[in-house]
Design a protein around this ligand. Structure first.
Ligand SMILES: NC(=O)c1ccc[n+]([C@@H]2O[C@H](COP(=O)([O-])OP(=O)(O)OC[C@H]3O[C@@H](n4cnc5c(N)ncnc54)[C@H](O)[C@@H]3O)[C@@H](O)[C@H]2O)c1
Length: 327
């Protein structure tokens, strides 16, 4: 099943990032000939790559996907591409011009070079953001994207459509993966949606009441990062092409429920404080329908919220205690 990875050369844009570093770890278990990582470390880190940075088959290039010559030289050497480098949703909102260069122009270059060098398959990191507030819950891939209001969601959708058109015009094989709310060790500590977990972990550590803005009824579908990495591998090794798949955990969890589980796994009796909502979140619900990925990719998430939050808490508290010792 994993013969596609064995002895293959694989390029991972954004491989020093949160999800990318787990994809690299997962790939290494199947003996690729070489993994080339291109990352400018705007968010990723050497620390994320600690387990494989010295691996003889891993080549890390500290550089930018906007550097066309560099991007071309990487793609010219590989069989498969995972395109994961991107700006965060809030960075795109703050700087759409940079969002354009990174999310659109560079994704175009990736597609062009993949055709030029006959790359066998691209796995493209898309997002549930393409739906905006979806029409159905659970949300199938067939829900339309017209409710999306963000530059980021629009850019991700354009990327999907770009690869679709390159399949149609040039037979470039690809799979797009629409991740829901990814969490876990090495996660971004100041993202728009994920930061709440980190803020609450800080409260637990300091014995302060965790704050909930609004009534805590906004829901998300939290999927653990190792499950997301497995979905990437499943998308590569299957013979499926020209498809997009939801990657969620298929559980709708409100912020209030999230906090309850976080308190439980940390044996904390803290009582939350409610404050008035201070931002308008246009997406009040998220819940994935993963049945397409299950049927076609034979992919199912395996890590429940309690187990995932326990792993996240252990990572976060041990990271904080290391920082404390270093100070
Ligand atoms: N984390 C989530 O909840 C989530 C949800 C949906 C989709 N996604 C998508 O999954 C992919 C991986 O996300 P992540 O959570 O690991 O984010 P991340 O920010 O940790 O990883 C992205 C990586 O890309 C790198 N990067 C950014 N701009 C670059 C550039 N110009 N040149 C080279 N490298 C660059 C960053 O340094 C970072 O290491 C992204 O495409 C993201 O949009 C993530």
């Amino acid at each position: 099943m994993h013969n596609k990875i064995k002895n293959s050369k694989i390029f991972v844009t954004g491989g020093a990032g949160f999800i990318g570093s787990y994809v690299v770890e997962e790939l290494l278990q199947h003996s690729p000939a070489r993994i080339i990582i291109l990352d400018n470390l705007v968010r990723g880190s050497l620390e994320n790559m600690e387990s494989f940075i010295d691996h003889p088959d891993v080549e890390f290039i500290h550089g930018d996907i906007r550097d066309r010559a560099l991007l071309e030289s990487c793609i010219s050497r590989v069989d498969y591409v995972f395109h994961m480098a991107a700006l965060r949703i809030n960075s795109c909102a703050v700087n759409p011009a940079e969002g354009f260069e990174v999310m659109l122009r560079s994704t175009f270059d990736v597609a062009e070079f993949c055709v030029k060098y006959r790359v066998k398959k691209v796995i493209y990191s898309s997002s549930a953001s393409v739906y905006g507030l979806a029409q159905h819950f659970p949300t199938p891939e067939t829900d339309n994207p017209y409710n999306n209001q963000t530059f980021y969601g629009g850019a991700k959708l354009w990327g999907e459509q770009l690869f679709r058109s390159y399949k149609f015009m040039y037979q470039l094989d690809y799979v797009g993966l629409r991740y829901f709310n990814v969490y876990g060790a090495r996660m971004d500590t100041d993202g728009k949606y994920t930061e709440v977990m980190v803020r609450w972990l800080d409260c637990i550590r300091e014995g302060k009441s965790p704050l909930i803005y609004g009534d805590g009824s906004t829901t998300m579908d939290f999927v653990y990062v190792r499950d997301v990495a497995k979905a990437n591998i499943a998308a590569l090794v299957s013979n499926v092409t020209d498809e997009v798949f939801n990657v969620g955990n298929c559980n709708e969890t409100s912020l209030r429920q999230l906090l309850d589980v976080l308190l439980k796994v940390n044996n904390s009796a803290l009582v939350p404080e409610h404050k008035e909502e201070n931002s308008v979140n246009p997406v009040s619900r998220r819940l994935a329908d993963n049945s397409k990925a299950k049927k076609i990719l034979n992919y199912e998430p395996s890590i429940d919220l309690e187990t995932g939050l326990e792993e996240l808490s252990n990572w976060y508290f041990s990271k904080k205690s290391v920082l404390k010792t270093e100070i």
